[in-house]
Write a protein that binds this ligand. Structure first.
Ligand code: DP6
Length: 320
């Protein structure tokens, strides 16, 4: 009746932005991500017939805000007349600051509750349930380079390449630790309704996915860098041209991007990507890790840097 699962956040290189079905939380576009190794969420789920309501503890504190979303995800796995659960999660990185904490949280939650209830589900089924809770969570069930695509009236997720086969590094520059001003789900809807660039964004996504897939399969870092930066800037252009504008960047975000452009000009194998928050993620070749980390740590406004390799996806760490 109790299980603990561990999942890592993932970082999209070709981004998910926009929903084609809000009720089932289906994405408007496919996406490609890398799963990290060093950052993680540990999620414990205990099904307790004595409980009258679900309980949620995040990093040692009751979290009433996130509880309804967690309860809905538990309903999705177990049905509405289920046993209530005591859920506790811990993360080793700042939550709700554009570091995909919902991805690792819901991937781990779905895996843990399935095991706690003694159910058997394959990875694809787990990914579809996790995706209904948070689109990016579907990708965190898998390791290495991961593609999520729209498949009929649902999604299909698969690993494109093992991280060990192309061991890129990720340097994360934290430029602010405060929770983001607008959640990504709400911001996506604002973009869909109001950005004049939204339709173009959706229409061009398949071309970006094809280019990224090819670059990953041939381990072509420069091609991957080009398509990933372009796709990231396109997503942020959609955000910026929404009404009201959705701007997650701060001065340090931009300064980090410039520092990365400078490294590129010096021949260093690195590129940037940014999600729904002000943090900058620099993806680099293994030999560039120290140079990239040193450069970003020295950018004014950067409060912390973290380095990660590529991880192997969500796993069960304990079940009883
Ligand atoms: C910018 O997965 O957080 O990180 O499905 O509404 O929970 P919901 O959205 P979420 O959005 C992630 C957006 C992104 C890009 C990406 O990870 O692909």
């Amino acid at each position: 009746m109790r299980a603990v699962a561990k999942a890592q956040p993932n970082i999209a290189l070709v981004k998910y932005w926009g929903k084609r079905d809000t009720r089932r939380n289906l994405p408007a576009v496919g996406s490609i991500s890398i799963t990290l190794s060093e950052l993680y969420t540990l999620m414990s789920v205990e099904l307790d017939p004595q409980l009258g309501a679900d309980r949620l503890d995040v990093n040692g504190r009751d979290d009433a805000d996130l509880l309804p979303r967690v309860s809905r995800c538990l309903d999705d796995v177990l049905g509405n007349s289920r046993t209530r659960a005591r859920v506790a999660s811990t993360t080793n990185f700042p939550v709700a600051a554009g570091l995909a904490s919902s991805a690792s949280a819901f991937a781990a939650l779905v895996l843990a509750v399935t095991a706690a209830a003694g159910l058997s589900r394959d990875q694809g089924q787990l990914a579809r349930v996790a995706g209904r809770a948070s689109g990016s969570a579907a990708r965190s069930l898998y390791g290495g380079f991961v593609e999520l695509r729209n498949d009929g009236d649902d999604i299909a997720v698969a690993s494109l390449l093992d991280g060990a086969d192309w061991p890129l590094k990720v340097v994360i520059a934290i430029t602010a630790a405060a929770p983001k001003p607008v959640g990504s789900g709400e911001a996506m809807e604002i973009s869909r309704r109001t950005s004049p660039f939204y339709g173009r964004w959706v229409n061009e996504q398949d071309a970006d996915l094809r280019a990224a897939r090819r670059a990953i399969c041939t381990r072509d870092f420069e091609k991957l860098a080009t398509v990933a930066e372009h796709n990231c800037l396109k997503m942020h252009s959609v955000m910026w041209t929404s009404r009201p504008a959705v701007v997650y960047w701060n001065e340090a975000t931009l300064a980090c991007m410039q520092a990365i452009r400078q490294l590129q000009a010096e021949g260093v194998g690195v590129f940037f990507t940014i999600d729904a928050g002000p943090q900058v993620k620099a993806i680099c070749l293994p030999e560039a890790e120290q140079a990239v980390c040193g450069t970003l740590a020295a950018v004014p406004g950067v409060t912390k840097t973290m380095i990660s390799g590529l991880g192997s996806g969500a796993v069960l760490v304990d079940a009883a």
